[in-house]
Design a protein around this ligand. Sequence first.
Ligand SMILES: O=P(O)(O)O[C@@H]1C[C@H](O)[C@@H](CO)O1
Ligand SMILES: Nc1nc2[nH]cnc2c(=O)[nH]1
Length: 288
Amino acid sequence: IHDDYQKTADWLTSHTKHRPKVAIICGSGLGMLADSLKCQDAFAYSDIPGFPQSTVQGHAGRLVFGELKGKTCVCMQGRFHMYEGHSLCKTTFPVRVFKLLGVETLIVTNAAGSLADGFHPGDIMIIKDHVNFPGLVGLNPLSGPNDDKFGPRFPAMSDCYDKGLRCLAMDIAKQQGVAGFMQEGVYAMVGGPNFETIAEARLLHRLGVDAVGMSTAPEVVVAAHCGLRVFGLSLITNKVVKSYEDSESVNHEGVLEVGRLRSQAVQQLVTELISRMEINNNIVKNAD
Ligand SMILES: O=P(O)(O)O[C@@H]1C[C@H](O)[C@@H](CO)O1
Ligand SMILES: Nc1nc2[nH]cnc2c(=O)[nH]1
């Protein structure tokens, strides 16, 4: 299996001169993060050997290499979800390819519905921790024989969202004048593709979940397993309906619309974070 990742990494290395240290996975409606990369080399997923295909609207299906503020990055314009029918190994395939390409830091973004009472559509939540619901019942990308070349059989997950990067991102948000809609909280992954029932929403709320979505946790588990430093952002695109009296309901178009609304703020935050992070070692530059 290691060979499959290596073949894809070798193909990419022979098709681009970029050698990224940072990888970004763009969530629903957040694909524009890739557009600001300079000196781009872009590949359709369908042209990359071993890569799965994106099937969801708002996920373009392109891997884009380029420079952001002098740092070399690779950006997934579109991710893979379990509900598309991919195995969890497939949904997380690119993360191990990034590791083999020399990436040290993974930035994950997603669109999510909020359960926390003080959260509103348009808020940006720094992910402090996650609840991997599929993982809790054994749907885990690390299931099966362990590949010791990537990491240990029983990896710790108690510190998978890097604290230094979380603090730095909050400082940057304050300096950019967007602290008013920044939050920090716990993201839960559910399988999807349906949105939550009211009973499910109430359950998640009672369990202390701040935002819920259908991705990210497997990618982060695989990244933490192979020693990548991780930073995650959820764009809150809707409130999850928790009341039988509430007549509102969520839809994917609305999710993409909020993505467009906040695209610039997310882009500015991520760009500045990458610009300020030290990438050849694990020391994060403090805010001025
Ligand atoms: O890829 P992400 O997690 O951003 O996508 C979210 C979850 C569903 O795929 C979709 C629902 O609108 O957005
Ligand atoms: N599960 C889930 N995923 C989302 N992605 C964007 N909004 C939502 C939501 O309300 N629930």
